[in-house]
Design a protein around this ligand. Structure first.
Ligand SMILES: [Zn+2]
Length: 457
């Protein structure tokens, strides 16, 4: 008997030895690779921050042994969400002045509140709270436009997130840089510090065509080309902006930027609500990416962006939450997907305008393309960085599941995300955020609320 057992063990040994040891194996999930058909009972093997294999659980389990194994039965496994436009530290202004026009909100509330409160400490704590919220709801890459971006980059990295961080340039004294030249000098140091970082892409963020002069826009364009960094800018967001730009330039914001030679593949235009057919053609030809922010556009009554025409015209369109204060007010990309689909349906009077699969693409691979990061992230494929999330579909609100895309977009929510992995590092497991001290960030947010209210009196 003992002899037989030994023979059996010996015979099994080569099979065990053939298994490659890797950091993490996720098994038994419905895998949405976003690069082809979904895999029922699929698995993903992760090692040294990269995806090494994706396939049926039976195959992957034969080839790979995880130092950690995550069982995703009854759950969806998909690429981490890519938020292509936000102002993350503004979480500390969440709810400060809602239900107003954009210009009223900016000029009477946000700009004064920022002038009085935004410091390196403010953005540090704001970013910490925002990081917890993003990790909690499955975002692994975000695109930021704010001040003190070097501090924001450091906090994002500390939380384990991937980020494109754009230092804001605007034609009035900003909280961090009181003059334009000061801001340009800051940007040179900031880019030098972060250039080549595997998780952080530094960027230039001129606020908008109506808040930055022609000379300054030309300077930003030249600087971005020189420093080889992307440009993030708000374009064609509201009717008021169209009016302001028309008064100054007699044309539309997109055409105006094109006339300056400003547009290129390295430009991410947020909103694009009022882009014309001609501008859509220009954006496609120049490979300008668009960050569509439906909840912001609804909240501020900016309008419904021509998402269907942009996509049909060959423009890369990603999704963004925009600021978490006054224009959303959260960083939940699942909610953003549902809003994107529903806004197109109602504005085009066509329930087929944008499907659950379309918005999942926008929140993952299309967003990665907008940021020029699609060679690294956006799909679950061997060779890409391991930005992977797991969404629990066992909860009452998402059962039963007939179509997984529909279950995620229309029935689940950000809080259905249970595991978030970025660059192979587990940032949240079983609903517990591991890289941010959440109670400390929440306590600090309450403290800042009182300080902000006092400053506005
Ligand atoms: Zn914005």
């Amino acid at each position: 008997m003992r002899r037989i057992l030994l023979v059996l063990l010996f015979a099994a040994a080569p099979l065990v030895a053939a298994q490659k040891s890797v950091d993490i194996v996720i098994v038994h999930g419905t895998v949405l690779t976003m690069a082809g058909p979904n895999i029922d009972d699929g698995a993903v093997a992760i090692d040294h921050g990269a995806i090494v294999a994706v396939g049926p659980s039976s195959t992957i389990a034969k080839d790979y042994a995880g130092k950690q194994t995550i069982n995703a039965r009854g759950m969806a496994v998909l690429p981490g969400f890519v938020n292509t436009h936000t102002h993350a530290p503004m979480v500390l202004f969440r709810g400060i002045a809602d239900d107003r026009d954009l210009m009223d909100w900016l000029q009477h509330y946000i700009f004064p509140a920022e002038a009085k409160n935004v410091t390196a400490d403010f953005v540090k704590w704001g970013m910490r709270l925002a990081a917890a919220e993003m990790i909690r709801s499955g975002t692994t890459t975000f695109t930021d436009m704010y001040y003190f971006e070097s501090d924001i980059a450091a906090e994002a990295k500390r939380a384990g997130l991937r980020a494109v961080v754009g230092e804001t340039l605007i034609d009035f004294p900003a909280p961090d840089n009181k003059t334009w030249d000061g801001a340009v000098a800051y940007i040179r140091d900031f880019v030098k510090k972060w250039h080549g970082d595997p998780m952080i892409t530094p960027a230039l963020a001129p606020h908008a065509p109506y808040t930055v002069s022609k000379e300054h826009l030309l300077q930003v364009r030249a600087l971005a080309t020189e420093l080889k960094v992307p440009i993030l800018i708000h374009v064609s967001e509201t009717r008021n902006e169209l009016q302001q730009v028309a008064e100054k330039t007699s044309t539309t914001p997109g055409k105006y930027l094109d006339s300056l030679g400003f547009l290129g593949h390295d430009v991410v235009a947020a909103h694009g609500v009022w882009l014309t057919d001609d501008e859509i053609k220009i954006f496609a030809a120049k490979r300008v990416g668009v960050a569509h922010c439906p909840e912001s556009n609804m909240m501020l009554a900016s309008g419904a962006a021509p998402v269907v025409a942009l996509r049909a015209g060959g423009v890369n369109v990603g999704l963004g939450t925009d600021g978490p204060a006054g224009s959303n007010n959260n960083l939940d990309m699942v909610e953003e997907m549902a809003s994107a689909a529903r806004l197109q349906k109602v504005s085009r009077n066509d329930p087929k305008a944008l499907s659950a699969r379309d918005v999942l693409e926008m929140a993952t691979i299309a967003g990665a393309r907008v940021l020029g990061l699609d060679d690294k992230i956006g799909t679950l494929e061997a060779g890409k960085r391991a930005d992977v999330i797991i969404i629990d579909l066992q909860q009452p609100k998402s059962q039963p599941v007939y179509a997984v895309e529909s279950a995620i977009v229309y029935a689940a929510s950000g809080s259905s995300v249970v595991t978030t992995i970025c660059d192979g590092k587990i940032l949240m497991r079983g609903g517990k955020v591991l890289t941010v001290d959440v109670p400390a960030a929440v306590a600090k947010a309450k403290e800042y609320r009182n300080r902000v209210l006092k400053s506005l009196k």
